[in-house]
Design a protein around this ligand. Structure first.
Ligand code: CA
Length: 230
């Protein structure tokens, strides 16, 4: 089965060139011309890698990275302009795997992509399965749904993103600032109270007894930690 690469690039010529080159290399390619289309395509079916232009109109590549990272460990390779040093750093901090600077050679890009796949193959799959059982609920990561006894539990998108992020870091204590940074993004006018409110909502949705939380636990003076029930 060919690996699928989602190419996100607003410039039509470059988008087509990339798609053709990657197809020639044996990859299955899907394309998106802007951020919202990329996110929609990703949610419809998660690709094996995302090749992401940082300079997109409207929703930037940084925004896209943030959204994808909140729900997935998919490898992301950013395409950056030579002068966007800051974006590069932010992108990598947000969890992009690599970047190539425009103009780049297709050969170099292909080599980078292969290197990432070699690395992820060695690591084994660090991605969560699409369905994760968590105490009384089942988390449908691909479908962004929460199920209890087969019925969908209403959950706000941001609360789901918070859950998704915590699920990817089980047993790891997260400060409120870290959660704000990773789930809400740098630009969010950070009020740690926001985190507490969302944790409250999350507990109402997933805990067997929200009054005595056992899955999303408070670490006093530090933050929160998700512990998966045995
Ligand atoms: Ca662009």
């Amino acid at each position: 089965m060919a690996r699928t690469i989602l190419v996100v690039e607003d410039e039509p010529t470059l988008r087509e060139t990339l798609a053709e080159a990657l197809e020639t290399d044996g990859f299955a390619v899907r394309t998106a011309a802007d951020g919202p289309a990329a996110v929609a395509s990703f949610r419809e079916q998660e690709p094996d890698l995302v090749l992401l232009d940082l300079m997109l109109p409207g929703m930037s590549g940084i925004d896209v990275t943030r959204v994808l990272r909140s729900a997935s460990a998919v490898p992301i390779v950013m395409l950056t302009a030579r002068d966007s040093e800051v974006d590069k750093v932010v992108g990598l901090e947000l969890g992009a795997d690599d970047y190539v600077t425009k103009p780049f050679s297709l050969r170099e890009l292909s080599a980078r992509i292969r290197a990432i796949f070699r690395r992820t193959d060695q690591l084994g799959s660090t991605q969560l399965p699409p369905l994760v059982d968590l105490g009384p609920v089942r988390v449908d990561l691909a479908g962004h749904r929460l199920l209890r006894d087969g019925h969908e539990v209403p959950i706000k998108p941001k609360v789901f993103e918070l859950l998704s992020f915590l699920l990817r870091h089980p047993g790891q204590v997260m400060t409120r600032d870290q959660l704000l940074e990773h789930v809400w993004g740098y630009d969010y006018p950070g009020e740690t109270r926001t985190v507490d409110v969302h944790v409250h909502w999350l507990r109402s949705a997933i805990e067997p007894d929200p009054g005595v939380p056992t899955i999303v636990q408070t670490v006093r003076g530090v933050g929160y930690v998700l512990r998966r029930p045995a």
